[in-house]
Design a protein around this ligand. Structure first.
Ligand code: ADP
Ligand code: MG
Length: 141
């Protein structure tokens, strides 16, 4: 488990970029933390490092976004969900088919989403400061 603190969105993007180079097809990364803690900023940084040039914005009002980088990248946000029905999981499943997937607000998908390779936790720690904890699963499944 690694914990780091950043002082700007750019620094958070850079931390995400370092994680991104470790990712392989099939990897899921959950990104937890309160509103404004920098989850989408983190995903944006990871996407840039994965060669995504399209704008990376919050998918809060859609289920998810799909980007093309050096591999397909999915970006999901489960903010509006309290749990996942089978039908809802059916809509989400294609996002996990290939490439890597980032999931904001993953709590609703606990036990239903594929096991994450990394769990990222973000916290406010002062105006533009954010604490980022990155937890890695023991094995790649
Ligand atoms: P979330 O997805 O968790 O709601 P966002 O990434 O959408 O958060 O928003 C984070 C906001 O905080 C952005 O406006 C960003 O510019 C700002 N911010 C300030 N400092 C940081 C930092 N160190 N890391 C990430 N975002 C930061
Ligand atoms: Mg967000």
């Amino acid at each position: 488990m690694a914990e780091t603190e950043t002082s700007s969105p750019e620094e958070t993007e850079a931390v995400a970029g370092e994680l991104a180079v470790e990712l392989r097809t099939g990897d899921v990364v959950t990104v937890s933390g309160e509103l404004g803690s920098g989850k989408t900023t983190f995903v944006r940084g990871a996407c840039r490092a994965l060669g995504v040039s399209a704008p990376v914005t919050s998918p809060t009002f859609t289920i998810g976004h799909r980007y093309e980088g050096t591999l397909p990248v999915s970006h999901l946000d489960l903010y509006r969900f309290t749990g996942l029905s089978q039908a809802e999981w059916g809509d989400l499943e294609p996002y996990f088919d290939d490439g890597v997937a980032f999931v904001e607000w993953p709590e609703a998908g606990a036990g239903v989403l594929p096991a994450p390779r990394y769990r990222v936790h973000m916290r406010h720690s002062g105006r533009d400061r954010r604490s980022i904890t990155i937890e890695r699963a023991d094995t790649r499944v």
